[in-house]
Design a protein around this ligand. Sequence first.
Ligand code: ADE
Ligand code: ZN
Length: 330
Amino acid sequence: MTAPELSPRIASLPKAELHLHLEGSTEPSTARTLMARHGVKVTEQEVRQRYAFRDFPGFLETFKWLTSFLCEPQDYALVATNLAEHLLEQHVVYAEVTLSVGVMLLRKQRPEANFDAVLRATEPFERRGLRLRWVFDAARQFGSEAAMAVVEAAKNCSSKEILAFGIGGDELQVSTAGFRKVYDRAAEIGLHRLIHAGEMGGPEKIREAIELLGVERIGHGIAAIKDPELMDLLAERKIPLEICPQSNLRTGALARQLARENVRMEDHPLPTFFRHGIPVVLSTDDPALFHTTLCDEYAGAAQMGLHENELDQICEMGFQYAFQPAHKAT
Ligand code: ADE
Ligand code: ZN
């Protein structure tokens, strides 16, 4: 099947993007600039190979490798500036961007200094119609103590622009219950709660996240396609899934959930979720690492068979389910 063209009207709609990692937005050319800054010689070919992982462990390896070149506040500022420019090109007017603060702490960096540099770099984009808000993220495999330190870092930054706490990384490690106190603390200091669940893990990971951690949106959640009762619950409670189709294809998450080797965009459960009444917000996850843009994701959704009026509604949901009411006018 040939991909239908995305209508120029949908492409140019003002959009909100709610699942997007700053580090994963680093284009290969920017990665090379960072490496040069830190005296590391890497060929263009090697960078290209690193960006061509074939499965989820390969993706995590590349993410780790890439973040090892984010050494100081000015590195974060460069990546943030480039991301903001890129978002404006995609007609994004509001984004909730995830920062891997767990990784910063692991590398003994000061999240406050990195975050301050990111804020300074992106503040001028407000005048150009782009509002960015932030999610502080822990890596699941680093455990609950490290996750608690991320929540405390969010508190120490004392910025109204940090809206939420989330967990990403390897979903198959560390029990969900182990993070209960961390999410209670996040709620206590006024943060919204997110988690990556049902990306590589099963539907039970989504249920646990809702029931044990009180999360308000689910990162990915595509495993819900295997559990009709869970789909009903998501629809009834209006718990949004942050859907990132290219990511699911490139990490092998979709193939894993569908238990098939060869899956295509047309196999993605997004239309089923949407037509079941589950709120969905369409996002890129790590746009540079997954070789995608937000408009590509809308084109992918059209390829799945979603009609233009449905794409309109999905676009609207990006604003409806944002943690801060967004003004769409640019
Ligand atoms: N960190 C960045 N992108 C991620 C993803 N898709 N899953 C888990 N952790 C991530
Ligand atoms: Zn993600």
